[in-house]
Design a protein around this ligand. Structure first.
Ligand SMILES: [Zn+2]
Length: 86
């Protein structure tokens, strides 16, 4: 499966796959070095509970939330700068 769309990571119009709301080409997916399922299972088993997260799944949810908040902060800052440029 794949259709001709712009890859969000390299701007090339290659065959892209839809990956978690993003269109990404195969070259860029390879560059991401995504973990295998075996690796994720191992990391999950090896995870030591923390005050914030009782398990690996909760820890990943926590990291995704922080990442989203960081993205929003940076986006607001840059949009603010852009709005002040004339
Ligand atoms: Zn790409």
């Amino acid at each position: 499966m794949g259709n001709l769309t712009l890859c969000v990571l390299c701007d090339n119009k290659n065959i892209c796959r839809h990956l978690f709301d993003f269109n990404v080409c195969d070259d860029c997916i390879a560059g991401l070095r995504l973990f295998t399922e075996d690796t994720v299972v191992r990391l999950s088993k090896e995870f030591t509970p923390t005050q914030e997260s009782k398990d690996y799944k909760e820890e990943i949810e926590r990291r995704l939330k922080i990442l989203d908040q960081e993205y929003i902060k940076k986006k607001i800052k840059l949009e603010d700068i852009r709005s002040k440029i004339e």
